[in-house]
Design a protein around this ligand. Structure first.
Ligand code: ADE
Length: 231
């Protein structure tokens, strides 16, 4: 997979793309990441990428010109067309289901907004999917693009390594993850549940499933609401 990020702050992605799971996926060639700065496509000598809104109001709006040109540059460099995603608080909610859907694609372009958002013609003209990472307003789309990138890359075959699987993650089955423990068996008076030390894999699996359901019911009953499987 290739992921192009379009942003005014490419430098903030450096540590992420060099570290941990994403860093390893880049090194192994599982994912290729490109960073493009809209400002390199500004049309005036001040390198402007934003302007005040027609109709008045506070803040600044990302202009069409530098954004369209940056996207066209990304497309021309590889003679193709990525799935375009705008990160905005007005977008469809980003979920594990959306992450799985995106992980099946070959090429994504994540467009980070800044200021009061994008000129509406960017969304329309680029035929972009709009995603929000939650019901709060970030000062820019960069943290949201990082969230999307991380959640997608870890689902790519090979990204987590053999010893790991995304299949047990929270949400992979519509449930939160069960409690996990590691050594020591007892810490500050808190013991690891006996069942996990029993070596009985069927009992352990049953316990984990029950814990996942119980935890989901207590913390996120909305996740269970759509499913009859957990009655
Ligand atoms: N940009 C600003 N806020 C955002 C959000 N909640 N999700 C995605 N992009 C954003």
């Amino acid at each position: 997979m290739r992921i192009d990020v379009l942003t005014l702050f490419p430098e903030v992605f450096g540590p992420l793309v060099r570290s941990s799971i994403i860093g390893r996926a880049v090194e192994s060639g599982t994912v290729e990441i490109g960073l493009t700065n809209y400002r390199d496509f500004a049309h005036d000598r001040h390198r402007s990428v934003d302007d005040s809104p027609f109709g008045g109001g506070p803040g600044m709006v990302m202009m069409c010109g530098p954004v369209f040109d940056a996207v066209e540059h990304v497309c021309a460099a590889r003679q193709g067309s990525p799935t375009r995603i705008l990160l905005t608080p007005q977008g469809e909610r980003f979920t594990q289901t959306v992450a799985r859907d995106l992980a099946s694609l070959d090429w994504l372009a994540l467009l980070c907004g800044h200021y009061e958002g994008f000129d509406e013609r960017i969304r329309i003209g680029l035929n972009a999917r709009e995603l929000s990472v939650g019901d709060y307003v970030l000062s820019g789309g960069e943290p949201a693009a990082m969230v999307v990138m991380d959640a997608v890359v870890r689902l790519l075959p090979g990204a987590l390594g053999h010893e790991h699987s995304a299949a047990d993650d929270s949400f992979s089955e519509g449930l939160l993850e069960y409690p996990q423990y590691t050594r020591p068996r007892e810490y500050r008076g808190m013991a690891v549940p006996d069942v996990l030390l029993s070596g009985d894999h069927a009992r352990i699996a049953a316990w984990r499933r029950e814990q996942a359901i119980r935890r989901t019911r207590a913390r996120r009953p909305d996740l269970l609401a759509d499913s009859a499987d957990f009655e």
